[in-house]
Design a protein around this ligand. Structure first.
Ligand code: ADP
Ligand code: MG
Length: 250
């Protein structure tokens, strides 16, 4: 889908190697404001590595990458730009990554206080607002191990929102959950999408990809092999590999 606005993220012939292993082999595309991108593809094809490049958990090995106005193409980035980037680009992980020794509220206060240095009252206000939004307003004083997996992941999403990012990246946010807990997390993500949050989601939930995202990237062997509107991609896959992948997963 083309858009008159400038892309939030653009990447051109993006490459990432781990030593001799070429994981990303020339990934090209854009992510626009309000896009909800589903990233699908077989295990080991570079989906997580791609997300990690977008917020500089990994430096790239070649090509061009610009994320929310920050140029990540070079080998080095100064601390100021790195901090800006990490505020603008939030990430939600498969295994939640909450601090177990902190309460839910303390987990949510940490980055806004330390990184954004906003006053305590405002940080609390923000944290409670987003906890309410993910349906966990009553859990502020609980510790993570007192929550279900679905609740923990919703806390992790609220924590991401507390930084008011320009885009949220999700790496298989429901893959570690018992099946009956998947829906509550997807519902929160769907609500965010409806409110215009820009998101890129690595997922095996094809239903979510179809219903919620406006574009799908099919990664295969380190490239985007096919991309497009979900209806089109799922109904009418062009490449044999995507057809084979869909028949395995659905
Ligand atoms: P996906 O998320 O699509 O399953 P990944 O991006 O996690 O794939 O991994 C792609 C390939 O890169 C795999 O072969 C994986 O073993 C390798 N890889 C990922 N991270 C590292 C790393 N830090 N060091 C070496 N190899 C890695
Ligand atoms: Mg992965």
């Amino acid at each position: 889908m083309t858009s008159p606005t400038a892309p939030l993220i653009s990447f051109d012939q993006l490459q990432k190697n781990f030593g001799p292993l070429e994981v990303l082999r020339g990934v090209t595309g854009e992510i626009y404001p309000k896009d909800v991108i589903s990233i699908i593809g077989p295990s080991g094809c570079g989906k997580s590595t791609f997300l990690r490049c977008l917020n500089r958990l990994e430096p790239i090995s070649g090509g061009q990458l610009e994320v929310t106005g920050v140029d990540l193409s070079g080998a080095k980035i100064d601390q100021k730009h790195l901090r800006q980037l990490r505020v603008r680009v939030g990430m939600v992980f498969q295994h939640f990554n909450l601090f177990p020794h902190l309460t839910v509220l303390q987990n949510l206060l940490l980055a806004p206080r330390k990184v954004l240095q906003i006053p305590m009252a405002e940080a609390k206000d923000r944290a409670l607002t987003y906890l309410d939004k993910v349906g966990l307003g009553t859990k502020a004083d609980n510790y993570p191990d007192q929550l279900s997996g679905g609740q923990k992941q919703r806390v992790a999403i609220a924590r991401g929102l507390c930084m008011k990012p320009e885009i949220l990246l999700f790496d298989e946010p429901t893959s570690a959950l018992d099946p009956e807990l998947v829906g509550e997390v997807l519902n929160v993500m769907k609500q965010l999408a409806e409110e215009g949050m820009t998101m890129a989601v690595v997922t095996h939930e094809m239903q979510f990809a179809r219903e919620v995202s406006n574009r799908v990237f099919f990664f295969n062997q380190g490239i985007i092999e096919e991309e497009g509107d979900p209806d089109e991609v799922f109904r009418n896959p062009k490449s044999d590999r995507l057809r084979a992948f869909l028949s395995r997963i659905q």
